[in-house]
Structure formats: structure tokens, C-alpha cells
Design a protein around this ligand. Structure first.
Ligand SMILES: [Zn+2]
Ligand SMILES: [Zn+2]
Length: 125
């Protein structure tokens, strides 16, 4: 037998655009909820990776208001740890950029000096 029933379901309503979406992200510090689209906007939600080299299920989500407040008063140990990881990510990025610059200069110099050396060697033969 088949019966039709009305079932009550809870849906997340995006605090930013009002969209009812299956996939949503809740702020770790308040009950602000962002839909998939809005979670991508940095002025709405701030996403933190939990790893320097990776991200995943333990990443952090904070609405822009909480992120600003917690960045200032540093009252949330979890938020503080996410900002540490983010700052290490940035350090790594700067390091690798400066490494790449030094690498290119050093390699170009070695090539140029080798060419000079090689030309002299051939001329001396
Ligand atoms: Zn939305
Ligand atoms: Zn919040």
C-alpha cells in the first residue's frame, strides 16, 4: 500500500541571500549560515584551511563579522589556531616566491658563465 504523508523538514536558510539550500556552511562562532554560492564570497564567509599543505573536513568557517571580531580580540583558541596556519601558508608562499626569484637569477648566471667559458674553450682549441 502507498500512502501520502506530509513531512516536516528543517532547511538551512542562507543568512546572506535567503536561499534555501541543501549544502550550507555555518559560522563556527554564531548561527550565521551561508549557502554554497555565498560561502565563496570572502565578504560573507571566511574559510580557513586546517593544514599548511592541505585542507579538508577540519577546515574552519567564520562569517565576516565574527572573523573580524575574533581576529581583533583573539578570544577563540580555534580561530587563533586557524589564523596561525594561514599565516604559515602565507610565509611559505613568500619563501617559495623568493626562492624562485633566486633560483632563476642563479641559473641564468650559471648558463651565461658557462657559455662564456665554453666560447673561450672552443676559441683556444
Ligand atoms: Zn546565499
Ligand atoms: Zn559568525
Amino acid at each position: 500500500m502507498r500512502k501520502k504523508i506530509l513531512r516536516e523538514v528543517e532547511v538551512d536558510v542562507c543568512s546572506n541571500c535567503g536561499k534555501e539550500d541543501g549544502m550550507s556552511f555555518e559560522c563556527f562562532a554564531c548561527n550565521f549560515v551561508a549557502c554554497w554560492d555565498c560561502s565563496d564570497k570572502s565578504e560573507v564567509m571566511v574559510k580557513y584551511s586546517h593544514g599548511v599543505y592541505h585542507h579538508g573536513g577540519k577546515d574552519g568557517w567564520y562569517c565576516a563579522m565574527c572573523d573580524m571580531r575574533l581576529s581583533e580580540d583573539r578570544s577563540d583558541p580555534l580561530h587563533n589556531s586557524y589564523t596561525k596556519v594561514r599565516s604559515l601558508r602565507e610565509t611559505l608562499k613568500h619563501w617559495s616566491e623568493s626562492f624562485e626569484r633566486s633560483r632563476k637569477v642563479a641559473e641564468a648566471e650559471a648558463e651565461r658563465l658557462f657559455d662564456d667559458f665554453d666560447a673561450k674553450r672552443k676559441a683556444g682549441q
